[in-house]
Design a protein around this ligand. Structure first.
Ligand SMILES: Cc1ncc(COP(=O)(O)O)c(C=O)c1O
Length: 356
């Protein structure tokens, strides 16, 4: 039974937690190379890519830093329509990378035409955007953004943060022309936090060759050298890789289409429930399939709601940053089933009845 209806970390199935308890192996052993190689193929399948997928012992933010340090030789344009677009911006500027923000209203999607307009106005060699903006519950139109961006500049590299959607939503990394597609383990992949994955195109590696100071831990050229042998430069998080190995089987045995449809179905349930009782914060037509942001039109006390839900060992998330208490967020990703979500919503209804 699901407990965490927050947009990550999500509940991890008991057998996946148990998989972590296997004995250690040496990370230069054949057993490790077999494990790492097995993981690669299935990650490519889920992320719909022929590119290599680097797996790092970090959370997703580490790979945002990696994309920027390896992939921007000149200047990056960052689309911001929520806290995680802002994260892209902060990671870029704190690394001293020439960066321009392109701001959109929170709760509205990134507009591909405005992106194209900005790309025409100044020379950029990379564009960074969030697929599923977890702070507002917006899904940005990556395919359209990528297509228009390449029309303006075929050389531009497209970096996409899919931290709260990959593994639960159909992301077509190669078909959408994404050069770095990054995500974290603790959201739709329903794993403990601590691993991050990035599908990285050859174009990025070519760019990286021209950038002298890429750092060491997240140097794509170094990761590439090791991944050729199904290894990592530094000691990998072996226990988490055991969990990933088991969870990839679980994901593929559910079936990708079924998994994506389950997430879509849960979004529909959450949206229908929220529109009847409150209102939806995110713009229609661009709503997230993994997190529903509810406009708190009844001004309920979100803290009290969570105290009430705690008796069922359940919790939801408050609104993010400036939208705390003005909105609240219901996460429906990972291994949560529609019936779990319906149970949660029935409990919230009981809370609402008590308020009336
Ligand atoms: C869209 C998005 N991007 C980036 C992050 C940061 O990821 P991590 O905490 O794995 O570094 C999050 C975390 O919630 C997120 O939701």
């Amino acid at each position: 039974m699901a407990r965490l209806f927050i947009p990550g970390p999500t509940d991890v199935a008991p057998e996946i937690l148990e998989a972590q308890a296997q004995p250690m192996i040496g990370h230069r052993s054949q057993a490790f190379a077999d494990l790492f190689g097995r993981i690669q193929g299935r990650l490519r399948q889920i992320l719909k890519t022929d590119h290599r997928v680097y797996v790092t012992a970090s959370s997703g933010s580490g790979l945002q830093e990696a994309a920027l340090r390896n992939g921007v030789a000149h200047r990056v344009l960052v689309c911001i329509n929520g806290a995680f677009g802002d994260r892209w911006f902060k990671v870029a500027t704190s690394n001293g990378i020439p960066t321009d923000p392109l701001q959109f209203e929170w709760g509205q999607p990134v507009d591909p035409d405005q992106v194209a307009h900005a790309l025409k106005a100044k020379r950029y060699d990379a564009l960074a955007v969030v697929h599923n903006e977890t702070s507002t519950g917006i899904e940005n139109p990556i395919a359209e953004i990528g297509a228009l961006a390449r029309e303006v500049n075929p050389e531009i590299l497209l970096f996409v943060d899919a931290v709260s959607s990959a593994g639960g939503v159909d992301i077509q990394t190669d078909a959408w022309g994404v050069d770095v597609l990054l995500t974290s383990s603790q959201k739709c992949f329903a794993l403990p936090p601590g691993l991050a994955f990035a599908a990285v195109s050859d174009r990025v590696l070519e760019r990286a060759k021209k950038i002298p100071h890429r750092g060491w831990y997240f140097d794509f050229l170094l990761l590439e050298k090791y991944i050729q042998r199904d290894m990592t430069p530094a000691t990998p998080a072996i226990s988490l890789l055991y969990a990933l190995d088991a969870q990839l089987d679980r994901i593929l045995s559910e079936g990708l289409q079924a998994r994506f449809a389950r997430h879509q179905r849960m979004a529909e349930i959450a949206r229908a429930w929220a529109s009847e009782r409150f209102a939806l914060f995110a713009a229609a037509g661009h709503r997230s399939k993994t997190v529903t942001t509810v406009h708190n039109t009844r001004q309920i006390d979100v803290g009290e709601l969570n105290t009430f839900l705690a008796q069922y060992e359940m919790s939801i998330a408050n609104g993010y940053g400036p939208f705390k208490d003005k909105t609240f967020r219901i996460g429906h990703m990972g291994e949560i089933q529609p019936a779990d979500l319906e149970t949660l919503l029935a409990h919230i209804d009981r809370f609402l009845e008590r308020q009336a």
